[in-house]
Design a protein around this ligand. Structure first.
Ligand code: ADP
Length: 470
């Protein structure tokens, strides 16, 4: 049965969390807002005075008695009278039970203490206050059993609505600011870091990396970006290096071909001048021949090296006994070794050891190493070739006690056109490609080659080849 892997939608989960948080907070805020608005409305508008002293006449006093706020008294079912110094009622508001125009002595007796205390008489609570400046007396009366449900102030639905909406909006605005900050931390921040990184990268700075700590899809995007950036940076460096190597190669080739070609040109011009003796002519011809050979060798090596470097190049592998192969190579070189008066020793395993190899190319690699020993070292040099099985690998060592290669060139010597000493080589005519070709062939076989060497102490080339080189 096919199994479906559950994908983790981390951003979706995070959004869900935010939405739940938003919804819960909204509910909470609505409750809090309603509560605050209710308390506010109740405190301001529904608070009923516990006693009439709240509507103390002196607290209502105004020099212009027509502008006094009589609304509360009227709402409580009471009334107010304004008296002049002769006790005439000069102004009256509310539901007065009598229609007199003047207060009598009797009336005064009843409310005589009302300027200091509440006086209850005839079913009314009286309070009074005297305005010294305008010389009038304000008498207010409210029914003894006034209706406590009547609001102190009038709360219109419009005012209540405006206050509630204002409080609600204020709290919501605060909440949205906090919520947007929260969202920004989770989404906007990684997004802007990603955009910033991509912009720097687009400008050609391939060292740009994104550094965000998200472990959701943004984190995956960061990892993908950083991996891509790393690959592109590596490839760019490689491309620059190979471009540099190509430039150096062209320079080296033209430099190495220049000498034999100008010599060929010079001596052939001399031959054409018709003023040469037969002895000079044969000498010049020999020089031309030598230089042509040298140029030809160089071009041949270059051709072989380029072929090995090409992506189309394939070895023709066949399982071969490497011990037998080495014995054949040694047998081939013994006459030349002896002719050059070298001392020698060979140590090849007696047992067979089969590895997949391209005989032609491996022969070329080993010949380059043996030829170098014979070419660059004086007679009397000791050369040793050994081949031994080590577990699943086969170790070949070609060493000599000759002039050696300086330690600092041990790695570089395998690069094309690298030579120890140009004057020495110009005599022996090396192309500087022999070791580069040998290394390429060994590596194409899945093996490794390294050099242990020191100036004047000889060279030791160590090769490892493996049974499984695919
Ligand atoms: P070339 O075609 O010049 O021989 P190689 O790549 O084969 O180029 O060798 C590079 C250089 O390393 C040679 O020019 C030589 O100076 C030095 N070299 C290589 N093998 C030996 C050796 N066995 N002893 C001394 N010098 C060596």
């Amino acid at each position: 049965m096919r199994k479906y892997k559950l994908r983790k939608h981390k951003i979706a989960n995070s959004l869900l969390r935010n939405y739940i948080f938003l919804a819960l907070t909204m509910i909470f805020l609505i409750i809090i807002t309603s509560f605050i608005v209710s308390i506010f409305a109740f405190a301001l508008y529904f608070n009923t005075p516990s006693s009439f002293s709240v509507t103390d006449a002196s607290s209502l006093m105004n020099d212009d008695y027509t502008k006094i706020d009589y609304a509360t008294i009227e709402n409580l079912g009471g009334y107010a009278d304004v008296l002049d110094k002769n006790n005439n009622i000069i102004y009256s508001q509310g539901n007065s039970p009598n229609d007199k125009s003047k207060y009598t002595i009797e009336d005064f007796n009843k409310i005589i203490l009302s300027s200091s205390f509440e006086v209850v008489e005839d079913g009314y609570i009286y309070r009074s206050a005297y305005n010294k400046d305008k010389d009038f007396l304000l008498v207010v009366a409210i029914p003894e059993n006034y209706d406590t449900t009547i609001p102190k102030h009038k709360l219109t639905p419009k005012i209540f609505g405006v206050i509630s909406a204002f409080c609600g909006l204020l709290i919501l605005a605060l909440f949205f600011i906090i919520y947007s900050r929260l969202s920004s931390r989770n989404f906007v921040k990684p997004l802007s870091a990603l955009t910033e990184g991509a912009k720097i990268f687009a400008k050609g700075d391939y060292s740009a990396r994104i550094n965000i700590s998200s472990n959701n899809e943004f984190g995956e995007l960061r990892d993908a970006f950083n991996t891509m950036a790393e690959k592109i940076q590596k490839e760019t460096t490689l491309r620059e290096e190979s471009e540099e190597a190509r430039r150096r190669l062209i320079l080296d080739i033209s430099h190495d071909l220049k000498n034999p070609l100008s010599s060929i040109l010079g001596y052939s011009n001399l031959l054409l001048s018709e003023e040469v003796t037969p002895e000079e002519s044969s000498k010049y011809l020999e020089i031309i021949n030598n230089n042509s050979e040298r140029a030809n060798e160089l071009i041949q090596d270059l051709f072989d090296f380029s072929k090995l470097q090409s992506t189309d190049f394939k070895l023709t592998l066949e399982d071969t006994d490497i011990c037998e192969f080495l014995r054949e190579a040694i047998a081939f070189y013994i006459p030349e070794i002896e002719e050059k008066e070298f001392l020698y020793d060979f140590d090849i395993d007696d047992d067979s050891f089969f590895i997949p190899m391209d005989k032609k190319h491996l022969w070329r690699a080993l010949s380059n190493l043996i030829n170098n020993s014979l070419k660059y070292n004086p007679k009397g040099t000791f050369i040793k070739i050994s081949g031994n099985k080590i577990n699943h690998s086969f170790k070949i060592v070609i060493e000599d006690t000759g002039i050696g290669i300086p330690k600092d060139l041990q790695t570089e010597i395998f690069h094309p056109f690298v030579r120890v000493d140009d004057s020495r080589n110009s005599k022996s005519g090396g192309s500087g490609l022999g070791l580069a070709i040998a290394k390429n062939i060994i590596e194409k076989h899945g093996g490794i080659i390294e050099l242990l060497s020191e100036k004047d102490l000889g060279c030791k080339f160590i090769i490892f080849l493996y049974k499984d080189n695919t």
